[in-house]
Write a protein of this length. Sequence first.
Length: 158
Amino acid sequence: MKQGITRLEDYQNFQTVGGIGTRIEHSDRELMFEIYQTYCNLRQQSGMQYDWDNLATAVCRELDGDRSSRRYRHIIIDEGQDFSPQMIRSLAKAIPPNGSLTFFGDVAQQIYGHRISWRDAGLNIENIWEFKENYRNTKQIAKLGLGNFTNAILQRCT
């Protein structure tokens, strides 16, 4: 699971953040977990050990057992708005205790609607900066690009 949950008890006690997406009632969680376990068993039987959602959990498990020194002191995550907390945890485990992680993301560009709780992701946040300005391009360039995109769509529809 995206949150790194591997036991039914943890899934039943898991608290969601935000309200985006389809809500699964607590009374349905046991059935959903059974379906998820069946999926995992079928996936493994077909020779696929990982999927996108459990890859970060596998990385966390490997890094938890790896006592060697970490290769990277700093990791930069760009376009991380759709990272799950487990994905962030897996990268945080790849740095030493005195290392750092820089995270860039634009919630306006979210595709999957993950709401991230930094605490749940296991991060000790020291500083958060929120950019109020668009540093990628000027308003004029954005307006021109949006105009060209809109014109292309209108031409296809007529």
